[in-house]
Design a protein around this ligand. Sequence first.
Ligand code: AMP
Length: 292
Amino acid sequence: MSNQYADRLVVVRDVDSLRRRVRDWRRDGLSVALVPTMGALHKGHMKLMDQAQKMADRVVATIFVNPKQFGPNEDFSSYPRREADDFELLSAAGVHLLFAPEATAMYPAGFATTVSVAGISDVLDGKHRAGHFDGVATVVSKLLLQALPDIAIFGEKDYQQLVLIRRFVEDLNIPVDIIGAPTVREHDGLAMSSRNAYLSAEERVKAPALYVAIAGAAKDIAAGGEIEATVEAARQKLITAGFDSVDYVEARHADTLAPLTNTSNHGRILAAARLGRTRLIDNVPVPIQQGA
Ligand code: AMP
């Protein structure tokens, strides 16, 4: 695909080249935004790139399918990899730099460090995906320290991940502003995800029930519904809608992810459920807002 920006996107695969480019921009007084991804880019990712462009002079996207955040029985080997398509999308969007390292550049021989965030890593998705958030915290700390951007943008789609990142960035005094961006959805409410590609046509028809169930629960809780009974009803709705199993539907405090006890606090309904071999996650705010 040709476009007016195609020649602007530079790809680097080693940390020194990334560092040098970002350092030169910052020396020239330009602000830099980092947008980490695992590739197989969709409109949700591209919304983050748009936001990055509005907030900074230069945008660095990263693509790295991080082996450390996948469990032994998870989809690391089948995770979609579409670097040529991703390159075209990022070029067309005017992204300035793509950092796409090999695993050996991120985890050279002898690599021995894990960043682990107590508490947040052990609940919700952390309970169902042992080690996942250690893998996320480790790779995101590395990306932030490798690039040293002014801001880094992450989607609310992965809400627990966003809370985790805010926590370790504050705890480790990493000098970057973390920006959260709203979830981009398909017309029927399904949150966009690279993993939606795994869904069969039949599963794709059932999938929006996840959003419908948690959006309904958020509305009911905001209207004064009893919290535990409401999330239990949402779990039941998912099974009735044809989900094979429900890992969790929970109401949590939006900032700490502690169980939501008082509906006057800002809350979040978070859920994970399985359709065949596909595990879908989603979340919405309480009270729910338009376009959440
Ligand atoms: P991933 O490639 O799945 O690791 O996602 C990379 C970034 O894009 C993360 O910050 C995600 O939260 C974000 N993201 C993924 N899907 C969406 C979506 N539907 N809307 C907004 N952001 C998203």
